[in-house]
Design a protein around this ligand. Sequence first.
Ligand code: S3P
Length: 174
Amino acid sequence: MPRPNIILTGFMGTGKTTVGKILARHLGYGFVDTDERIQARSGKTIPEIFQEEGEAAFRCLEAAVARELAAGEGMVVATGGRMMLDPENAETLGRSGRVFCLQAAPEEILARVAGDAGAVRPLLEGGDPLARILALLKERAAGYARFPQVRTSGRTPEEVAGRILEACQADPAS
Ligand code: S3P
């Protein structure tokens, strides 16, 4: 029986990794976080890649990981916040399963990324992070809107995972 991947997209701090791990456990799927894979492969942290090689180099690494994961099945993939906004990544990885976009209020995103000391987001560094979040959300709104939306504000990660599982069970073929 085929085991289509579940791909989580959405802005930084919307809970893709936390929810993805819960989903993987429920489904007996593997779990991959694309940022972690990139870091393991390059031996550098995300901020180091941005600083030493530039954002364009990071996006190339992301595209390579998208192609590689698209060939697999039975995985929950938590993608970096912009990965699925690239049409080629969306096409390649999207074909391997179902994509869900997690969303949260900007203030909540700020609180979550501020509390996530282990993962510095270069795109939110310097200046006013809330203003940066609002600007990026606006810039990316149309891109995220292409995917089925899952609200995370006011829900626990378990509840969010439950919604996604329900959606998959209700419409298993797509
Ligand atoms: C990014 C999101 C980050 C990481 C990088 C760029 C983005 O991943 O890939 O800092 O452009 O939205 P998370 O969404 O897991 O924070």
